[in-house]
Design a protein around this ligand. Structure first.
Ligand code: NAI
Length: 258
């Protein structure tokens, strides 16, 4: 094993949520590592900006506007990636939404919406990617995006943390089923990361929450999208070739579960 294990030259990666935040940082980093990055998101303008930035850094990418809650759109995109490039090596299911409401004020519709995007959207990506990897005999890597919310009880985060806990169980179950095809499946569970999702749109409120999060970390800072992109690169690459069914927690040490 050498540093070449991080080289993704000749590989094809599909990143959902690639128009913003962690998904964009991941798309840019996987492209720097040599992969052709297929960027998927609801947000067409953001997607364009990501693919332009990849091209500007000398990388190769395509843009796929899609809604991860629609299985047919996810299947069609993966079908197109495999038809045009012959393979899918890396699937990073990063698209997600935030929702906050106390348990006693949570409506069924809130739970349905969050589960549709944050769990079923991930399930669609995992199933379609694993099928494509098996059909093309590709020993790929699937990386899901969970959250530090799975390690604790947080006021207001019922829908979000339930969906992310389901992602963890999907990750473990799928890993146990597809390992015999050489396919690895792992989750990243980030702590508080500075992205549009955590933007309070108010400088003072932002400073307060970031200061509190930084105090909770032994490293004394909040996370950046690039911190998570590096965790995804590790799991996507051959550097983690003996790792499957695991949760990697880039959280600044805020939580240290077994
Ligand atoms: P973000 O809001 O910057 O990016 C989320 C992206 O997902 C957006 O581009 C959005 O258009 C896309 N998206 C939302 N619904 C979609 C759908 N139905 N179909 C396709 N694309 C859709 O958020 P961020 O922070 O980059 O989050 C990325 C992932 O990381 C999410 O799954 C989030 O839950 C997770 N995460 C984020 C943390 C943070 O502190 N920012 C902490 C832990 C996990």
């Amino acid at each position: 094993m050498s540093i070449q294990a991080y080289d993704l030259t000749g590989r094809a990666a599909l990143v959902t949520g690639a128009a913003s935040g962690i998904g964009r940082a991941t798309a840019l980093l996987l492209a720097q590592a040599g992969a052709t990055v297929h960027c998927a998101d609801l947000d067409e303008k953001g997607l364009r900006e990501t693919t332009e930035r990849i091209e500007a850094q000398g990388g190769s990418s395509t843009a796929h506007p899609l809604d991860v809650t629609d299985r047919a759109q996810v299947a069609a995109t993966i079908g197109e990636v495999v038809r045009t490039g012959g393979r899918l090596d890396v699937m990073a299911t990063i698209a997600g939404i935030m929702h906050s409401s106390p348990v006693l004020e949570t409506a069924d519709a809130d739970l349905d919406r969050v589960l549709a995007v944050n769990f079923k959207g991930v399930l669609h990506g995992c199933q379609e990617a694993a099928r494509a990897m098996i059909a093309t005999n590709t020993p790929g890597s699937i990386v899901t995006m969970a959250s530090g919310a799975v390690d604790t009880g947080t006021p207001g985060l019922l829908c979000y943390s339930v969906a992310k806990a389901a992602v963890v169980q999907l990750t473990r179950t799928l890993a146990s089923e597809v390992g015999r095809h050489g396919i690895r499946v792992n989750a990243v569970a980030p702590g508080w990361i500075r992205t549009p999702m955590t933007d309070r749109h108010d400088a003072q409120a932002q400073h307060r929450v970031e200061a509190a999060m930084a105090r909770a970390s032994p490293l004394g800072r909040v996370g950046e999208a690039e911190d998570i992109a590096h965790a995804v690169l590790h799991l996507a690459s051959d550097a983690s070739s003996f790792t499957t069914g695991q949760i990697l927690r880039p959280n600044g040490g805020v939580a240290m579960p077994w």
